[in-house]
Design a protein. Structure first.
Length: 417
């Protein structure tokens, strides 16, 4: 079967269309849409109140992040037990995708909040290393978790190259080369053979005498103070509220105030379901996630405005038709455009979610959920709110007909007859 030929206009090739004059009764299915939205919204609210809560990332609540690289797939249950034994409580362990790497999220206590960032980092690093080094040989240090200064001091004491009084610059450079090579391996050395060709054989023999290699390495520690986290959380909420308020004012000026109210309710619906999805999956909400949510507010609003603009145009052309019919026709007329724009954007963010890595995982997850819900709500939430309000206003403004009034009209009609 031959594909239909493209239609041409005076200006060139017409826009691509997935559907040819669709006639779907979207408003007739509004109760199914409302039930769907209620299910997901209530599930998210219940999760935020009674189950996982809102998993604020370290950007917002303050604390310490310790990144640990293992030479094998780590046992998270064993890690929790050993960390609990050294006095770390209420921490979270999150695997990083495909790297044998665990992220240990340690909340910041009131006693350490006043300490300097350097002291807090050293304390967290020491506690994690001492907990995970369960079988450390007596009198030896772990080369995978030793600093450049530790290695330099050891080499100076033993002087395997017999450098004498001018040994510090040379041994410091050797220690730095070991640390740099360890970094290229992801933060952990898998065996002593890794250092062959990196350091002199005499230095390697000396390091083997004074150090051992554990099966893990702490390669990064980050800290955010609680005051900074609280300020960021406040600013993120204010940014979201300001964007909603600006949208309401814009739509009230461009259309009518009810259009703005419908759009704000729709965006609130999208944001609630997106945040609820993060709570249900217990994913942390970071600054990048807030950026994604703000992006979705604009995206969903843009899609809603397209539908509203077509409704406004059709109201002038089809004055005698019911508003529900006009709204249905407007949604159908913009359906191809909605699928094209939303579909291409969704494919992009889906690729970002699948292949973007751990750093962009939360950001892309918010976009994937938000684009699906934002496209759906422009059709299933915003338009029914508009029609429901107009129907309510028409019903309210309808003149009341009393029984006596109806009887008088019947008598009048009989007299005319």
């Amino acid at each position: 079967m031959r594909a239909p030929a493209p239609t041409w206009t005076k200006k060139g090739l017409s826009s691509v269309e997935f559907f040819r004059n669709p006639n779907i009764d979207f408003l007739g299915k509004k109760w199914y849409f409302i039930a769907f939205s209620l299910c997901f919204s209530v599930a998210g609210i219940l999760s935020m109140i009674f189950w996982h809560g809102i998993n604020w990332g370290i950007d917002f609540r303050g604390g310490t992040l310790v990144y640990v690289k293992f030479t094998h797939t780590p046992d998270e249950n064993a890690m929790r037990a050993t960390l609990d034994r050294v006095g770390l409580h209420n921490f979270r362990i999150q695997p990083l995708l495909g790297q044998n790497t665990e992220l240990i999220d340690i909340p910041q206590s009131e006693t350490t909040a006043a300490a300097g960032a350097g002291q807090e980092i050293d304390r967290a690093n020491t506690q994690v290393v001492s907990a995970l080094e369960s079988h450390a040989p007596q009198g030896k240090k772990d080369l995978n978790n030793s600093s450049v200064l530790d290695m330099t001091d050891y080499l100076l004491r033993n002087d395997p190259l017999h450098l004498g009084t001018d040994a510090r610059p040379r041994y410091s450079a050797i220690a730095q080369s070991v640390a740099n090579y360890r970094k290229t391996k992801g933060g952990v050395l898998y065996g002593w053979d890794d250092l062959r060709g990196v350091v002199d054989p005499a230095v390697l023999t000396s390091l083997q005498d004074g150090f051992f290699l554990s099966d893990f390495g702490v390669y990064q520690v980050e800290i955010v103070g609680p005051q900074v986290g609280a300020q960021l959380r406040k600013q993120a909420m204010l940014a979201t509220l300001y964007s909603l308020a600006g949208m309401l004012v814009y739509l009230a000026i461009r259309f009518e105030w009810i259009y703005g109210v419908a759009a704000v309710i729709t965006v609130f619906h999208d944001t609630l379901i997106t945040v609820g999805a993060f709570s249900l999956t217990n994913k942390p909400i970071s600054l990048t996630v807030i950026a994604a949510i703000l992006t979705l507010i604009g995206y969903s609003n843009n899609d809603t405005i397209v539908v509203f603009d077509r409704i406004r145009e059709n109201l002038k052309l089809m004055r005698r038709e019911k508003l529900s019919d006009i709204v249905n026709r407007s949604i159908n007329q913009t359906l191809s455009r909605t699928i094209l724009t939303a579909g291409l954007t969704f494919l992009t963010v889906l690729a970002l979610f699948l292949f973007g890595g751990e750093v962009l995982h939360g950001f892309s997850f918010a976009l994937v959920i938000g684009i699906l819900i934002g496209t759906y709500s422009s059709i299933a939430i915003a338009a029914p709110i508009l029609v429901a309000y107009q129907d309510w206003r028409a019903e309210r403004n309808k003149p009341a007909v009393t029984a006596s009034g109806a009887g008088a009209r019947r008598e009048k009609s009989k007299a005319k007859a």
